[in-house]
Design a protein around this ligand. Structure first.
Ligand code: NAD
Ligand code: DAU
Length: 366
């Protein structure tokens, strides 16, 4: 079986759903269910024995040892992290705790399990660490995209904590020979994305007639990848990646934030016209004619990285992976998903997804 951490979050839950749809192999999912973890994302698997959920923390060394001993996974896919840059600026400690200490504890438990495996199983074991392009820092307009050999230069407490975890993972290969793999991916978007991040926040706010807050001048560039493509890239690296190597994953979709926001407004005007829905501008009290009226420039994020861009040629050349979605197809699917999953959105916005967790899962592991 494989052991996934953070499988109730945005990317992790998409990975778990994709895994169970395309594989028979059992999957153990350990997640602490922080504010970002939502078991409703995995509702489709409620009666599927292939998926086993454990509510617990990656910092809990005893629990990790017990899980490795009991389940003897052949691989770990490590998503669990604090992931939001703005939260890392206001409250960095949780980022050090989970991203650095948690990754260290997971590496230690995995090492102890791996070292006791018979030689053939030892060679087959994999520890795949899911990381980010933000560890490479920021680019100017004319810089070439990040490659796997771009020096690390993290600029936020979030990216610094992810960089630290990447270095720890790397050291377990060089020091102990543990078969590790690291992926560094660009910005994801798609279903189950928590509405604190740019794309889901803009969709949710627009439909509610709230301001669409664009940081600074809105000209910062991110490189967007549909989440299911990220998940397929991770599976490909797990299957065929060379141990000790890192792989950039990206979609060749560099976009300025303000262009993303305009694209979302245009799609929403088409798919959910504000006049049909009776959307009222919460600031002026007037009916909204076009969602772009709600765009509001706000104070910039401190230390805001100007541009990210991923050179994804290595994974394509060596492992034959390419994204299936273009930005145009992926963003339309995403807007459709949010429009068709308004109950999910409501439960997240009013916090009731956490009550649901308490009612259904707190009494034991499921
Ligand atoms: P997320 O915040 O949506 O989900 C994180 C999950 O980890 C949640 O389910 C949360 O409950 C769980 N978690 C947090 N702390 C934990 C702990 N101490 N123990 C166990 N579980 C814990 O994050 P995401 O956007 O799905 O990102 C997943 C991974 O991918 C992260 O490592 C992130 O750095 C990386 N990444 C994200 C993006 C992106 O655009 N979202 C891009 C590249 C890489
Ligand atoms: O690059 C990969 C990273 O992408 C991941 O490692 C992170 O986990 C993930 O959160 C994401 O980080 P960003 O900071 O790029 O994502 P976010 O959605 O928070 O912001 C995207 C851009 O939009 C960024 O330039 C800040 C801007 N922004 C964001 C929000 C939430 C706004 O202008 N307004 C907003 O309200």
């Amino acid at each position: 079986m494989i052991f996934v951490t953070g499988g109730a979050g945005f990317i992790g839950s998409n990975f778990v759903l994709q895994w169970c749809a395309q594989n028979d192999e059992p999957l153990l999912n350990l997640d602490a269910l922080t504010y970002a973890g939502n078991l409703a994302n995995l509702r489709a698997l409620a009666s599927n024995d292939q998926h086993r959920f454990i509510h617990g923390n990656i910092c809990d060394a005893e629990l990790l040892t017990q899980l490795f001993n009991e389940h003897k996974p052949r691989a770990v896919v490590h998503f669990a992290a604090e992931s939001h840059v703005d939260r890392s600026i206001s409250s960095p400690e949780a980022f050090v705790q989970t991203n650095v200490l948690g990754t260290f504890r997971l590496l230690e438990a995995a090492r102890s399990h791996w070292q006791n495996l018979p030689e053939d199983k030892k060679a087959e074991f994999r520890f795949l660490h899911v990381s980010t392009d933000e560890v490479y820092g920021t680019l100017t307009q004319n810089d070439p995209a990040f490659t796997e050999s771009t020096p690390y230069a993290p600029n936020s407490p979030y990216s610094a904590s992810k960089a630290a975890s990447d270095h720890l993972v790397r050291s377990y290969f060089h020091t102990y020979g543990m078969p590790v793999l690291t992926t560094n991916c660009s910005n994801n978007y798609g279903p189950y994305h928590f509405p604190e991040k740019l794309i889901p926040l803009m969709i949710v706010n627009a439909l509610a007639g709230k301001a669409l807050p664009v940081y600074g001048d809105g000209q910062q560039i991110r490189d967007w990848l549909y989440v299911e493509d990220h998940c397929s890239g991770i599976r490909r690296v797990l299957e065929a990646g060379t141990c000790g190597e890192t792989y950039n994953i990206g979609g060749w979709n560099e976009k300025a934030n303000i262009d993303i926001v305009h694209t979302l407004c245009t799609l929403l005007d088409e798919l959910a016209p504000p006049s049909d829905r009776g959307v009222i501008n919460q600031q002026t009290g007037q009916p909204v004619k076009q969602y772009a009226e709600l765009i509001t420039y706000v104070t910039d994020r401190p230390g805001h990285d100007r541009r990210y861009a991923i050179d994804a040629r290595k994974i394509e050349r060596e492992l034959g992976w390419k994204p299936a979605e273009t930005f145009e197809t992926g963003i339309r699917k995403t807007v459709d998903w949010y429009l068709n999953n308004q109950e999910w959105v409501r439960n997240v916005m009013d916090g009731s997804y956490r009550d649901w967790v308490a009612k259904h899962y707190e009494s034991g592991n499921k």
